[in-house]
Design a protein around this ligand. Structure first.
Ligand code: CAA
Length: 386
């Protein structure tokens, strides 16, 4: 059950209904297997592709569904309610392609957005490195201009959907003396000579979404694959995250909603002391807190999505706040769902233990929640009195 403070436009309710139908029928039944076997949920990808929900953000002029930021958040929320790993298909397609959308030349947009929209290839985002996680500006991967080309060398780490994606946005140093102003963004293709991948990480959650290292060994790409201008890469990376932290918030909402739905159904079935445990006030108070926090997280996330769509000046604050708040709520709600199911919740007979493991990453990726709080505090301090 969802309690909405504001009624969404009919168009967005229709997007939710369409996404839920596909996810209930095609994605949810495969979620446990993707988790158990740590394999990419290809059948879920195909179901999302058939419904045009695999990269809903791509504008119509590039062959996409042209769904706005709120609609895309709703799609991701619904997919995550069924299977968090699968929700990284639309989420990371947006993350990987957003730099091209925000700053790419028309040529780059025409070359790389239509195949993503058509489901011919996914798009990953390569910012983090073994020694550059929270301190994203301390990258070591280098791109050196050589005539009409750039030559890339280095290693990226924690790259979602690496190996399965066909396209990669790669942030690399073009001027080592300029720190964040010496970083540039490029599109690299999986098939480019010199690109290779590490073994899949063995993770706590989102096991159906491969996370691998990506290595660049003298990868020579045409200079036309530079996104924007040299030196603009860090700002492009940060602006991208302003928009896509909203999608992680949406993913967190979906995971939490899935856990709340499961727990609310269970407590009405489970009999102890001669009655359904839903009749006990202690259980009701837990459910109330879960639903209340989720409703607050949803409102903040949808407000951030509206700001993303309008590209408002305060998107940095709202994107970080929504991601931080919703992911903390997802961790609390999923943990409480496991508690409400007791011993059963701790087993793989129910999906809540998977949801609790999946929720954890939403507090970590696209910037840890500690980094979000740095971003939020900087915005507060920069806007005193305004
Ligand atoms: N929009 C535009 N420009 C921005 C910006 C924004 N949101 N944030 C910063 N900038 C600009 C600044 O204005 C500054 O520009 P000038 O040089 O012109 O002054 C420049 O970028 C450097 O900014 P800072 O001095 O604030 O940079 P910093 O080194 O202090 O870092 C940080 C700030 C917020 C900690 C940043 O490093 C950060 O966000 N770290 C976390 C990285 C992250 O989120 N990684 C996630 C990887 S992706 C992932 O997880 C994907 C996945 O698998 C799903």
């Amino acid at each position: 059950m969802v309690f909405d403070a504001y009624r969404l436009p009919e168009e967005h309710e229709a997007i939710r209904a369409a996404a839920r139908e596909v996810c209930d029928a095609e994605v949810a039944p495969r979620a446990a297997e993707a988790d158990d076997t740590a394999t990419f949920p290809q059948a879920s990808y195909e179901a999302l592709r058939a419904a045009d929900l695999h990269a809903p953000h791509v504008p119509e002029e590039y062959g996409g569904a042209g769904i706005d930021a709120l609609g895309t958040a709703i799609v991701i929320e619904e997919v995550a309610r069924a299977c968090a790993s699968s929700s990284l298909i639309p989420a990371v397609n947006k993350l990987g392609s957003m730099p091209v959308l925000l700053a790419g030349s028309e040529e780059l947009k025409r070359a790389y957005l239509p195949p993503v929209a058509a489901g011919e290839g996914m798009f990953s985002y390569c910012l983090s490195e073994p020694e550059a996680g929270s301190d994203a500006a301390s990258l070591k991967t280098k791109a050196v201009r050589d005539g009409d080309a750039y030559v890339l060398n280095g290693a990226k780490r924690w790259i979602t959907n690496a190996g399965d994606s066909k396209f990669y946005t790669v942030f690399a140093v073009t001027d080592p003396s300029a720190r964040s102003r010496g970083i540039s963004a490029f599109v690299v293709e999986k098939e480019d000579e010199g690109v290779s991948f590490g073994a899949p990480e063995r993770k706590l959650g989102i096991k159906g979404s491969p996370t691998r290292e990506v290595f660049f060994d003298n990868v020579r790409i045409p200079a036309s694959r530079l996104i924007g201008n040299e030196g603009e890469g860090f700002k492009i990376a940060m602006k991208t995250l302003d928009h896509t932290r909203v999608t992680i918030a949406a993913q967190a909402l979906g995971i939490a909603q899935g856990a709340l739905d499961c727990a609310a159904a269970y407590v009405q079935e489970r009999q102890q002391f001669g009655r359904a445990i839903a009749e006990f006030q202690g259980v009701q108070f837990m459910l109330a807190d879960m639903a209340m926090k989720l409703a607050a997280a949803r409102q903040l996330t949808y407000a951030a999505a509206a700001k993303s769509e309008r590209n408002d000046d305060d998107l940095t604050f709202f994107g970080a706040s929504a991601k931080c708040f919703a992911s903390d709520v997802a961790m609390e709600v999923t943990t409480d769902a496991v508690q409400l199911l007791g011993g059963y919740g701790y087993t793989k007979d129910f999906p809540v233990e998977r949801m609790m493991r999946d929720a954890k990453i939403t507090q970590i990726y696209e910037g840890t929640n500690q980094v979000q709080r740095i971003v939020i505090a900087r915005q507060v301090l920069a806007n005193v009195g305004s």
